[in-house]
Design a protein around this ligand. Structure first.
Ligand code: UDP
Ligand code: GLC
Ligand code: MN
Length: 315
């Protein structure tokens, strides 16, 4: 039926706190602004307050509670200099959303500049190269087919091996380990996941292709919401012209999203999102995958350390 989002395919993101909540609100707004015909779903963990959920309900079709998963692998996360990213294991819940045949997962710090629905032509697991290590894919954007079996297989790997970067990207690259040399049709063009903060070693290419960028990803510790913004301008030194423009685009939308949240109109009545409270409607059983292995996650670091100790004592 025209006007209704495609119910079998969805864009999905993850939010565990209010800061990323604002990022996701901008992303949800932009996905609609560029005219997506797919459903939009934001997965939230129990740590996300009701105010953030209400804001997200304005720009996303569904606000869905998921289990928080954390690698708790402080040693490996220290290498990334991002101790907070263990929680990105919560992304894995996306494989449990088997009411959708196909999903494009997008980080909450991404922003589409034009319609990206063509991503649904790709098969699992499709993604863009990581700018830091191009034989790996970046998990700020990837195409997948939800499946309880795949979820269990990834969780099993997490419990046995952990993740080489402490976050979801290391784990998913280990799991889908033929990506770099396998089927080239699973390589999404880099213009769908461009990091404007990066100091590209191939600057002429960045300049040359900047106008073709479909989606920006504000990867790294400094996020758009950390910049001061006043009178349509972002405060910040050493920003390239393009980065400044992307940040200003993001802030313009953030202002709008915040205003529409604080001044609800009668045209868009507030509908409470699904909450963790006792009134929560039971999810249809076909959508529920038991978290049988997730409880083991907190022991990953200990297990790996023991294994590594055992290995080193062999030599
Ligand atoms: N995320 C979150 N809360 C956190 C950290 C991460 O919700 O405290 C989610 C959010 O969707 C975010 C994604 O996990 O975009 C990956 O983290 P981030 O984008 O910070 O990683 P980067 O792309 O900078 O490596
Ligand atoms: C990467 C990705 C991000 C992922 C993180 C942790 O930098 O951009 O999406 O969550 O690594 O693995
Ligand atoms: Mn990101």
């Amino acid at each position: 039926m025209p006007g209704l989002p495609n119910a079998t395919e969805a864009f999905v993101t993850l939010v565990t706190n209010p800061e990323y909540g604002l990022g996701a609100a901008v992303l949800g707004y932009k996905l609609r602004a560029v005219g997506t015909t797919r459903a939009t779903v934001v997965m939230v963990t129990e740590t996300v307050p009701e105010t953030t959920r209400a804001m997200l309900a304005k720009t996303w079709d569904k606000v869905l509670d998921v289990t928080q998963l954390d690698s708790k692998d402080s040693d490996r996360l220290a290498m990334l200099k991002r101790p907070e990213l263990g929680i990105t294991f919560s992304k894995l819940n996306v494989w449990k959303l088997n009411q959708y045949k196909k999903v494009v997962f997008v980080d909450a710090d991404t922003m589409p500049l034009s319609n990206i629905d063509d991503l649904f032509q790709y098969e699992e697991l499709s993604a863009c190269r990581d700018a830091g290590w191009p034989d790996c894919f970046n998990t700020g954007l990837f195409v997948l087919a939800p499946s309880p079996d795949t979820y269990k297989a990834i969780m099993k790997r997490a419990c046995e091996e952990g993740s080489f970067d402490g976050g979801d990207q290391g784990l998913l690259n280990a799991h889908f380990n033929t990506w770099s040399h396998g089927d080239i049709s699973k390589h999404i063009p880099f213009s769908y996941n461009v990091n404007p903060n990066a100091s590209y070693t191939y600057l002429p290419a960045y300049k040359h292709f900047a106008d073709q960028v479909k989606m920006v990803h504000f990867l790294g510790a400094v996020k758009p919401w950390h910049y001061q913004y006043a009178n349509g301008k972002v405060q910040g030194q050493n920003l390239t012209e393009h980065t400044r423009k992307f940040l200003e685009d993001w802030h313009k939308v953030a202002e709008m999203v915040k205003q529409s949240y604080y001044q609800p109109t009668s045209a868009a009545p507030y509908v409470p999102p699904i909450s963790t409270g006792s009134t929560k409607p039971a999810a249809p059983s076909s959508h529920v995958v038991p978290d049988d292995v997730s409880s083991v996650l907190s022991h990953i670091t200990a297990q790996i350390k023991n294994k590594e100790k055992a290995k080193s004592s062999m030599y």
